[in-house]
Design a protein around this ligand. Sequence first.
Ligand code: F6P
Length: 562
Amino acid sequence: MTSEPARSPVDATTTTAWGSLTELSKNLQPDLRGWFATDPARAGRLSHQAGDLHVDLSKNLVTDEVLASLLALADEVRLAERRDAMFAGEHINVTEDRAVLHTALRRPSDEPLTVDGQDITGDVQDELAKVYAFAEKVRSGEWTGVTGEPIRTIVNIGIGGSDLGPVMAYEALEPFVQDGLACRFVSNIDPTDVAQKTADLDPTTTLFIVASKTFGTLETLTNARLARDWLVRSLAAAGAIEDSEEGRADAVAKHFVAVSTALDKVEAFGIDPENAFGFWDWVGGRYSVDSAIGTSLAVAIGPDAFAELLAGFHAMDEHFRTTPFERNVPALMGLLNVWYVNFRDAHTHAVLPYAQQLHRFPAYLQQLTMESNGKSVRWDGTPVTSDTGEVFWGEPGTNGQHAFYQLIHQGTRLIPADFIAVANPAYPLRDAEADVHGLFLANFFAQTKALAFGKTADEVRAEGVAEELVSAKVFSGNRPTTSILAPALTPSVLGQLIALYEHITFVQGVVWGIDSFDQWGVELGKKLALEIAPAVAGDEDALRTQDPSTAALIAKYRELRG
Ligand code: F6P
């Protein structure tokens, strides 16, 4: 397989399906109560299985006609062709002229893939073997710090995709973490982050993983230097190393490893390339948790569980790659998002995990979806022809219920929401006779039901509510939700969930004709921060070059800083 130049995007708004959807939307009076009453098969017909995930789409604001038109839209924008191009390694990341092959990271070893003359599967397996060997060494205690102590704490230093995936997955899979091992994650350049995360650590049993695709990210390199200083200072203070160049180099060698695509920069930082794990420019940062970027996780949960996670990803990849779109969950969920954004004026999308262990999943999805699809130009450089992207947000249920659900239930905005739950909890506690997880999930079912079917004025009145309070207690219903249920939060299920959202994001990007794999929008701020830093540090000439508002803010900061 070789790389092919990408075709121009189809302008979705010129398709027949887009016209039909516009008409259907104009005439649609959502009526979930009526739809379910007249069509008892709706729940069954609109529920699908993808790997271990049972996905009920029936509480969405769609009729069969709408769904048919969304599927026609997928055909007209050539979704299948684009999907196959991604899996085959064509350079669909046009603005960076790169293949997009995160799916190759979880491809089984006996399914070879060659792209641009490179044995991708072989490369992936070789690197995985390195990561696994390292993970085993740390887990078994064979890898020791300068005093011969085994490692107890792994601190991953990274940001964006080099942080959000690993920390989200670590929290999600906490029950699988080896006893006596723990991970921490430092990401923010706010010095508080590294200070707090190292404050109570024993340097002799701490291992830092500096994770950065480019190894050029200011936040990560600054934090890595701060961590290196902390390490050598506290080891020297404890008498664990000699305060000499040699002593410091030995400490770094035993307490620092790196993950990057830029191994030359790793070496320049002082980390032995022997202790570095690589990946490739065809893995986007936000698609990299299943590459060596997941090394902290692989150490914590072990190679077997990490392999299960990869198998879960692959199961969802196969579902997306081979299932007809009528039953293809990522395709359907991506198309539903298009329906809400482009035809029903939704601006945000809530993700509400009824699983405490998934508490970082919404934050993870924010980067995945918003860095991927927050674009105003298409992959050929022309302006987009419709709205793109949604603001993704959420908190675990039931915390969200007691915070922001009011707006979802009774506000003026349409907020499609994904509810995610597992049937078997990691901690099946009982409150006297009551199974607490059952109580928890009763909330999941109650919320999706209330959002869909609401409560009419007559129902409120029938409860004896005073007439002047009736309108305040009415729930309109017809608030769309998707319910995702899995047997348990295993590594495989987590992999399936992540891959599901990767592919949903991809589907939306294809409809909008955008490159979901670049992120030029983050560059300007980074560059300006470097230009502004001298002014912040006190350079008056640099301060004078700033616009009046920024200059005044910097001056105020300096005055307050004293
Ligand atoms: O600034 C955005 C970004 O480039 C993300 O896409 C990426 O995940 C993050 O920065 C971190 O980049 P790196 O892994 O190269 O340090």
